[in-house]
Design a protein around this ligand. Structure first.
Ligand SMILES: [Cu+2]
Length: 249
């Protein structure tokens, strides 16, 4: 066998990919069962040790596609669990006592906050929303720009019908005292949605932006903050924090 530069690079990349897969699979961690049903997720509290490695065994027994992700600063990447399937992401509990939150939800539907209590976690919950990224500087984004103003509890978009392609959303939270976010949901039919991206919990008066590549279809711009997330006690979507959005050919 002749090793070419490309072959070596390819082998190295394969090794990196393998390592990455192991790191995110939860292999070797303590198994924690999470079950997703039509009415929400269980359990809502998980006890853990600071620094402990967990293997989340997330089983979707519902008829809908679920998502799970870390919120309020918890580092678990968003993961979709299709109806009927199980996924096993890894999560390493940070050092020190604290409460770490996972949001287990159907976009624009039922939502459950799962708290991972590490050590003597009472009264040491991390302070509310992490600082959101501000609007990055000058360079005008390519494609279509959609501004969105978030308030209690409405979303008003500067454009609600745009051509397919690159769309940059710039969201401003105009609320004087509540955090809001901007999620872009694509309608999949039969009343279900897939979340394509979100500008996470913006503090009052903060702005953020995100760029997505959108294909033609019907969308909803929404704030999916639920009780227990970003200091909220209410479900923002249910209070009407959503607006229809269309992408044409
Ligand atoms: Cu909101």
């Amino acid at each position: 066998m002749i090793w070419t530069k490309g072959g070596l690079a390819g082998a190295a990349m394969a090794a990196v990919a393998l390592l990455a897969a192991c790191a995110s699979s939860g292999a070797g961690g303590r198994a924690v069962q999470i079950v997703q049903r039509d009415g929400g997720c269980t359990p809502t509290t998980v006890q853990a040790t600071p620094g402990e490695k967990l293997k989340l065994v997330v089983k979707n027994e519902s008829n809908m596609d679920y998502e799970i992700e870390g919120i309020d600063g918890t580092k678990l990447e968003e993961l979709i669990i299709p109806s009927g399937l199980t996924r096993t992401p890894g999560y390493t509990v940070p050092d020190g006592p604290g409460i770490h939150k996972l949001k287990c939800y159907v976009p624009a539907g039922v939502s459950t906050i799962i708290e991972i209590h590490a050590g003597n976690a009472a009264a040491t919950a991390p302070a509310t929303a992490p600082a959101a990224s501000g609007v990055s500087t000058v360079a005008a984004p390519a494609g279509t720009v959609v501004t969105a103003t978030l308030a209690d509890y409405t979303i008003s978009a500067g454009k609600t019908d745009v051509p397919a392609g690159t769309v940059t959303f710039i969201a401003k939270n105009a609320s004087p005292d509540l955090a809001h976010e901007l999620a872009v949901l694509r309608a999949k039919g039969s009343g279900s949605y897939e979340k394509l991206g979100e500008i996470e919990a913006l503090a009052p008066d903060q702005s953020g932006e995100m760029t997505l590549n959108l294909t033609p279809g019907n969308y909803v711009l929404a704030c999916l903050i639920v009780p227990g997330e970003a200091g909220s006690t209410v479900d923002h979507f249910k209070l009407g924090m959503e607006t229809a959005f269309h992408v044409g050919p």
